[in-house]
Design a protein around this ligand. Structure first.
Ligand code: SF4
Ligand code: SF4
Length: 427
C-alpha cells in the first residue's frame, strides 16, 4: 500500500492532511447526512465537504464565501461517522477546518456580530443569566407572546427557541436516600447554557443517581466544556476550557463523569485527544478524565428502582453526539421499556439531527428550521404522548417546532421524564 502524505505539499495546514485519504468517496454516508437530505447538493454532503477541505489544503480552491457557506452548513452531528465504513474522522476534520476558517476568512458584519454575541455570552452562565433576567419578568407578566410578536424575525426566532423560563428554575422533583460511604462516585458536569436554562435536568439527574446508589460529587464551579468553541472554530479558548475542566474533574476523584448535555459529554470524552500535545502531567490527566465519561442512562440501567407503573406512549429522539459520538442508543431505550405500562414507539430517522446542534440553530436558522420540521413530522406520526431525549438543545429545538404547530406532545429530557414517572407512581 502506498504511504500517505503527512502534509499537503502546497503547504496549507488546515487539517491533518493524511486523514483526508481515509475517505474513498463511496457515498455511503450521503443519506445519513441531514444537510444532504434537505438540499440534495453534493457540496452539502460529507463527501463533498471532504472534497472541499482537500481542495483548500492543496491550494486548488480559495477560501471564498461559497466554500465557507457549505462548510458552515455542516451541523457537526457526526451522523456520517456512524455511516462511514472507512472510519473517516469527520468530527476532527470539520473542527480543524472551522478553526482555519475563523483565522483566515473575513465574515460579513451581521454574521460576525451574531457569532460574536454567542461566543461572548453562552459559555458564561453569569452573563446568560443577566441577559435573560428581563425576560423572566416579561414572562411573569404574561407578555412573552406579545414581545415575540413585536420583535424582528431574526430575534423572534431566537426568542421562540427559549423554553418557558419558569420551568428552568425547577429543582429535583424526587427525593433520594443518603449514599453509603463505599458508593461509587459520580460528577454531573453542569455545562454552561444547561446550568441556566436546563436546571431541572441536572437536579433530577443527580437525584436519580443518588436513588440508584451513587454518591454525587459537586464541583465548586462548573465551567463550559469548550464544545461550543470547538464547533465554531475557537480552538484556543476550547483548549483553555478543557484544561480547566481536566484539573477540576481529575481533582474530584469521581469514578464516573456524566453530563445532561450530550455535546458536553462527547467533548469531555475527547479531552485525551484534544490535549495530547500538552505537558505530560496534564495530557495524562486528560486521558484519565476522558476514560471516565459515560452516559446517565448507562449508570441508571439495572440500578435505578423503577416506577411501579406509568402508562403512556413515548418516542425517543437520539441526540447526535450521544448516538454518533458516544455510541449510546440502547441504554435510554431499555430504561424506558423497563417502566411497566410504558409503550415505546420508534420514530422514523430517530438519529437524524433535529437542527439544534449547539448554536447552529442560531447561526443557520433556515437549515435548522427545515430539520426541525422534519423531526416534528416524524414525532407527530408516532402519536406519542412524550418525546424523550437526552440533550437540552434538542429539547428546546423540537419543543419550539411542536409549539408552533399547536401539538400536545410533551418534550422531556430523560432525567426529567424518569423523575416524573417515579414521582407520579409514588404518589
Ligand atoms: S466519508 Fe466515508 S462513507 Fe462518506 S464517502 Fe467518504 S468513505 Fe464513503
Ligand atoms: S457532521 Fe452531520 S451535517 Fe456534517 S457532513 Fe457529517 S452528517 Fe452531514
Amino acid at each position: 500500500m502506498a504511504s500517505r502524505p503527512a502534509h499537503s505539499i502546497w503547504g496549507r495546514k488546515i487539517v491533518e492532511y493524511d486523514l483526508l485519504f481515509d475517505c474513498v468517496h463511496c457515498g455511503l454516508c450521503l443519506e445519513a447526512c441531514p444537510t444532504y437530505a434537505i438540499s440534495r447538493a453534493e457540496m452539502d454532503s460529507p463527501r463533498g465537504r471532504i472534497y472541499l477541505m482537500k481542495a483548500l489544503a492543496e491550494g486548488r480552491l480559495d477560501l471564498d464565501s461559497d466554500a465557507v457557506r457549505h462548510l458552515d452548513a455542516c451541523l457537526g452531528c457526526r451522523g456520517c461517522e456512524t455511516a462511514c465504513p472507512s472510519g473517516v474522522h469527520y468530527g476532527r476534520l470539520i473542527e480543524d477546518t472551522r478553526s482555519y476558517i475563523e483565522g483566515n476568512y473575513r465574515r460579513e458584519t451581521p454574521d460576525l456580530l451574531r457569532r460574536g454575541l454567542i461566543s461572548a455570552i453562552f459559555p458564561y452562565p453569569a452573563r446568560l443569566r443577566i441577559l435573560i433576567s428581563p425576560l423572566r419578568l416579561i414572562e411573569r407578566a404574561g407578555l412573552r407572546p406579545l414581545l415575540n410578536r413585536m420583535m424582528p424575525r431574526s430575534i423572534r426566532s431566537w426568542l421562540e427557541l427559549l423554553p418557558p423560563l419558569a420551568s428552568t428554575q425547577t429543582s429535583a422533583s424526587i427525593s433520594s436516600p443518603a449514599p453509603s460511604s463505599s458508593a461509587q462516585t459520580v460528577v454531573v458536569h453542569h455545562g454552561c447554557v444547561a446550568q441556566v436554562l436546563a436546571r431541572s435536568e441536572i437536579a433530577n439527574a443527580e437525584a436519580l443517581l443518588a436513588r440508584a446508589g451513587y454518591r454525587v460529587i459537586h464541583l465548586d464551579r462548573t465551567i463550559c466544556c469548550g464544545a461550543l468553541d470547538l464547533h465554531s472554530g475557537n480552538r484556543a479558548r476550547a483548549l483553555d476550557f478543557a484544561r480547566a475542566n481536566v484539573r477540576a474533574l481529575a481533582a474530584s476523584g469521581a469514578n464516573a463523569i456524566v453530563s445532561t448535555a450530550s455535546g458536553c459529554s462527547t467533548a469531555i470524552a475527547e479531552y485525551g485527544m484534544l490535549l495530547k500535545d500538552d505537558d505530560h502531567e496534564l495530557s495524562e490527566k486528560a486521558r484519565l478524565v476522558a476514560s471516565r465519561v459515560t452516559d446517565l442512562s448507562n449508570l441508571l440501567l439495572k440500578r435505578l428502582p423503577m416506577p411501579r407503573s406509568f402508562s403512556c406512549t413515548v418516542t425517543y429522539h437520539d441526540a447526535c453526539h450521544l448516538a454518533h459520538g458516544l455510541g449510546v442508543r440502547d441504554a435510554p431505550r431499555e430504561l424506558l421499556r423497563s417502566i411497566p405500562g410504558l409503550k415505546l414507539v420508534e420514530m422514523v430517522d430517530a438519529d437524524m439531527c433535529c437542527g439544534s446542534a449547539g448554536s447552529y440553530n442560531l447561526t443557520e436558522p433556515e437549515m435548522a428550521n427545515a430539520l426541525a420540521r422534519r423531526k416534528a413530522d416524524s414525532t407527530i406520526a408516532t402519536r406519542a404522548d412524550y418525546v424523550v431525549l437526552a440533550n437540552p438543545g434538542c429539547e428546546f429545538q423540537i419543543a419550539s417546532e411542536l409549539r408552533r404547530r399547536g401539538s400536545n406532545i410533551r418534550v422531556m429530557h430523560l432525567a426529567d421524564f424518569l423523575a416524573m414517572a417515579i414521582r407520579t407512581s409514588d404518589e
